[in-house]
Design a protein around this ligand. Structure first.
Ligand SMILES: Nc1ncnc2c1ncn2[C@@H]1O[C@H](COP(=O)(O)OP(=O)(O)OP(=O)(O)O)[C@@H](O)[C@H]1O
Ligand SMILES: [Mg+2]
Length: 591
């Protein structure tokens, strides 16, 4: 049998890991187990009462009939109560367990290395937290049935045997046929289910992109292209969903067969046995009830197999994330100050998976100095800053911060020594004050305002409708690029770390704002080691040293003046900028 089906099987290992989460809520497990056992035990009272009442009625014992009727009413009430307790315990247990899994997933996603996150679309990850977890919850809610139904099956079968072994054997003969047919029909289900989940994730991701890129979509009149794309995705989703549903409907055929056969056998063969006096009428009625104790668990078993197959890909998608290795923990603390050089790259080689971005990069920055990184777009300047923050690990070579090799440093300690003002400042959809305070959560409002003032951000923030309490909007979309950048700088002021990494800090600013931000950066750089990446020469002039990157390494180094004196790549950058700043006429004049 092994390998004869192309569809993947139920992941039993993942399933047992998943179900072990339930173990954390012992009280609810206890309550679910007690109520499940009570429901199972009391369910056998039904056929017992039917048999006893029918036989007493036939024997004309009316007193006994009344007593039995009253007793059965009491038992029915108790069964309802136990059933309610079972449903409530299980609903609570499964929602608590899914909450635990969701928390573990969100915590783990935050601990994943940047290189792992690069492989996933955020919409795909969000799908795993929503629809995939919903699918897993169905498995959870079934757990008491895994106990209740087999017990009912065994009890029912025993009871049936006690009533009439012959009728039991004949009635059960149909079982293996239905199970076999079901296996054949249901086994390929899982494959479709995985595809349905993947297309749902792809649709979510595409929708997220379309909403984020709405201005671009409109500016380029791309609505119809996107609509077509969505329609294709919706069609794929519908096709996979429909394939799932069709197989589900088909799976009901053996269900119906399972029900139909005993329903016929009991009156026919049972009636014959009763006629011959081998079984009482009460026993026959009880038997007619008991067949559901045997066949319903069997149907449930087949339904579980289908559900487990359907949910298995969702479970696998969740555990794929949970099992992805997290960023390394532990390591040595990075000292807050250093006499021998703040930052050092020694023969560092790095790639994101394709061609090398850095190829034998070496440079040292002494404490308190400002070093600028220059180079053409895509040459790896931002990559240098990302490596310094420990977001990615170099393939070869060593990076040291305050003398501590990053490969052996505790990442938390390393990052506490660094303030990064990224090329594109990411803002969260919370207030501007809270966005700044992310750099130091314990900061007071006065600290936040002081940082914003130092970053030349106070004036525009104060002019906003709710000032510092104005919401930044999704991805900071209620602010301009320059305003976002100054909030990024305010964060750096507030963090007050000894090493400052600035990635194109003035790229989105007009000349006047640029002058103010440069002044802010000058203040911020004082007493700190600063690495600034910029295409703007105005931001480079203050640097103690300029490193020009090309082909993944430092190809030129010196001060602004010394680099301009020789025939350097830097001089060509400079001349191009002067030409574009002064206009073509002036450039021709100068030439
Ligand atoms: N996450 C990533 N995965 C794969 N490749 C990447 C990733 N980030 C950057 N790259 C590639 O690595 C190279 C260097 O990127 P980097 O962002 O460091 O360039 P840069 O020098 O900062 O450019 P710019 O001046 O345009 O900001 C580029 O070719 C880029 O396409
Ligand atoms: Mg960059």
């Amino acid at each position: 049998m092994k390998g004869s089906h192309r569809a993947p099987r139920i992941e039993w290992r993942l399933l047992s890991r998943f179900l072990s989460i339930l173990g954390q809520h012992r009280t609810w497990i206890g309550s679910a187990a007690a109520s499940t056992l009570a429901v199972t035990a009391v369910s056998f009272a039904g056929p017992y009462f039917v048999r006893a009442i029918a036989d007493s009625a036939i024997a004309g014992d009316l007193r006994r009939v009344v007593v039995l009727l009253l007793a059965s009413l009491g038992v029915a009430l108790f069964e309802s109560g136990a059933g309610y307790a079972k449903a409530v315990s299980m609903a609570t247990l499964s929602s608590l367990s899914i909450r635990d899994l969701r928390n573990r997933l969100t915590t783990h996603i935050q601990a994943l290395p940047a290189a792992t996150l690069d492989r996933y679309h955020s919409g795909d990850l969000v799908s795993r937290l929503n629809s995939d977890l919903d699918s897993c919850e169905t498995i959870c809610r079934r757990v008491p049935d895994y106990v209740h139904q087999p017990l009912q099956f065994l009890g029912g079968l025993t009871f049936m045997f006690l009533l009439s072994p012959k009728l039991t054997l004949v009635t059960c003969a149909a079982m293996p046929i239905s199970v076999f047919v079901f296996e054949r029909v249901v086994r390929p289900m899982q494959q479709h289910s995985a595809k349905a989940m993947e297309s749902l994730a792809a649709t979510n991701a595409a929708m997220q992109d379309a909403i984020r890129g709405a201005p671009i979509v409109r500016a380029f009149n791309l609505q119809h292209v996107l609509s077509e794309h969505f329609h294709t995705l919706a069609k794929t989703l519908e096709r996979h969903g429909m394939a799932n549903r069709k197989k589900g409907i088909l799976a009901w055929i053996p269900f119906l067969m399972l029900r139909y056969i005993p329903q016929l056998i009991v009156p026919l063969y049972g009636g014959y046995l009763a006629f011959r006096g081998e079984i009482s009428l009460g026993s026959l009625l009880a038997f007619d009830w008991l067949i559901w104790f045997v066949f319903l668990p069997l149907e449930a078993l087949l339904a579980w197999i289908r559900e487990l197959r359907e949910s298995s890909p969702a479970l696998a998608r969740c555990y794929e994330i949970l099992d992805a290795p997290a960023e390394r923990r532990g390591g040595n603390p990075v000292p807050p100050v250093s006499r021998d050089g703040a930052v050092a790259f020694d023969d560092v080689t790095f790639s994101y998976g394709g061609a090398d971005v850095l190829d034998g990069l070496s440079f040292h920055v002494s404490s308190g100095r400002t070093v600028a990184l220059v180079g053409s777009s895509g040459c790896g300047k931002s990559t240098v800053l990302r490596l310094l923050c420990g977001l990615y690990e170099p393939r070869t070579g060593e990076i040291r911060v305050h003398g501590q090799p990053i490969s052996k440093a505790a990442l938390g300690s390393l990052r506490s020594r660094i303030s990064l003002v990224a090329q594109d400042t990411h803002l969260f959809p919370i207030s501007i004050a809270d966005n700044i305070a992310m750099a130091r959560p314990e900061a007071t409002r006065d600290d936040i305002v002081a940082a914003a003032k130092a970053a030349s951000a106070h004036d525009f923030i104060a002019a906003l409708p709710d000032g510092y309490d104005t919401l930044a909007g999704e991805l900071g979309n209620r602010l301009s690029g320059g305003e976002r950048q100054r909030i990024g700088l305010a964060r750096a002021f507030l963090k007050d770390a000894p090493i400052l990494l600035l990635d194109e800090p003035t790229a989105s600013l007009d000349t006047e704002s640029e002058a103010r931000v440069l002044e802010a950066i000058r203040r911020l750089s004082q007493g700190r080691t600063t690495l600034v990446v910029s295409h703007r020469l105005s931001a480079l002039r203050d640097a103690d040293e300029i490193l020009v990157l090309a082909d993944g390494r430092v190809c030129e180094r010196g001060t602004h003046e010394s680099l301009l004196e020789a025939d350097t790549l830097y001089r060509r950058f400079y001349e191009q900028q002067v030409v574009s700043a002064q206009g073509p006429a002036l450039a021709v004049e100068e030439a």
